[in-house]
Design a binder for this molecule. Structure first.
Ligand SMILES: Nc1nc2c(ncn2[C@@H]2O[C@H](COP(=O)(O)OP(=O)(O)OP(=O)(O)O)[C@@H](O)[C@H]2O)c(=O)[nH]1
Ligand SMILES: [Mg+2]
Length: 302
């Protein structure tokens, strides 16, 4: 039994309340829903999504960013999303090691979340957890997700700014970069730029980007060496600039409607009990003339 948490406790900034609140939300407890409904969203807390292929250095970049932001006196919340099964703690362990130097800092809170086989990549729970985190006094919230399948597209619906992390090895294949990644990136980071081919890669990627129709924001392509803190300040400046430019209503509305859609999807699915579905089917499926489509319409209004 987890005790409930109220908004005042959350705003006190005590991470023990935050941890408890996240657990309530993550497990979809009524106390979690109650808390979510009591939150106020008048204060904007920027959410930065960091995505990219496995091993590109996302956690190392988050770690480097935390270091930089702490020097600026900021308080930082981090969500590391593990898209693999809840039984694979490999990358969670990796995150702990990569970000370990900041784990005990009172101005940093790091939480790993498993997506637990939700539909698509990111689950609605991540929207909810990030909303809870907006009430603890963080200046910025960083979310790391591995860019596999749908998740990179979904993170763009979650974050105010999305940084896509690539490595120079992607080199000549820049033309074949998944168009999904091209579309969601507000900032491109070529990490591990201490490796060969970084400059050529940056050049190719920039050329590709400049072939696109002009927009208000020109997507920068930045080089970093996350493990040596190189390029981090420039990276942060780009994020900050993008955030300021994008405080506009149109983007906000777009993000909000994407978020609402994901939450509706997840909540509709919650109403469907798999066991009950099987029981209902059991009673019907052997009947002559059984039709699954009719069954769904009659039983589930689909
Ligand atoms: N040479 C070099 N190695 C780096 C750099 N950044 C990260 N690495 C190394 O790359 C490996 C993967 O780094 P992570 O930060 O765990 O990468 P990730 O993208 O978070 O990985 P997943 O979360 O497992 O997808 C680690 O061994 C890092 O030490 C860099 O700029 N240069
Ligand atoms: Mg990682």
């Amino acid at each position: 039994m987890i005790r409930s948490v109220d908004i005042q406790q959350l705003q006190s900034g005590d991470f023990r309340f935050l941890a408890r609140a996240i657990t309530l939300v993550e497990n979809d407890m009524p106390e979690g829903r109650h808390l979510l409904e009591s939150l106020s969203f008048d204060k904007h807390v920027p959410l930065l999504g960091i995505t990219g292929p496995p091993g590109a250095g996302k956690s190392s970049l988050v770690n480097a960013l935390i270091g930089h932001l702490l020097k600026e006196g900021k308080k930082i919340g981090v969500i590391a999303v593990d898209p693999t099964s809840p039984f694979n703690f490999g990358s969670l362990l990796g995150d702990r090691i990569r970000m370990s130097e900041h784990f005990n800092n009172p101005n940093v809170y790091i939480r790993s979340l498993a997506t637990r086989g939700s539909l698509g990549g990111l689950s609605a729970r991540i929207f909810e957890v990030s909303d809870v985190m907006k009430h603890v006094g963080f200046d910025v919230i960083l979310i790391e997700t591995v860019g596999v399948g749908q998740s990179e597209v979904e993170i763009a619906g979650l974050a105010d700014t999305t940084a896509v992390v690539l490595v120079p090895e992607a080199g000549d294949e820049v033309q074949t970069l998944k168009s999904g990644l091209m579309e969601i990136a507000d900032v491109f980071v070529v990490n591990k730029s201490d490796r060969e081919g970084a400059d050529i890669f940056v050049k190719n990627l920039s050329a590709l980007l400049h072939g696109r129709p002009q927009s208000e924001w020109e997507v920068p392509v930045l080089k970093t060496v996350a493990t040596n803190q190189i390029g981090i300040e420039t990276f942060w400046k780009a994020i900050d600039q993008h955030n300021q430019l994008n405080a506009g209503n149109e983007r906000k509305l777009h993000l909000l409607s994407e978020k609402a859609f994901q939450l509706i999807l997840s909540n509709r699915m919650r109403a469907i009990d798999r066991k009950e579905l099987m029981e209902n089917l059991k009673a019907q499926a052997n009947k002559t003339g059984f039709n699954l489509y009719q069954f769904l319409r009659e039983m589930y209004k689909i």
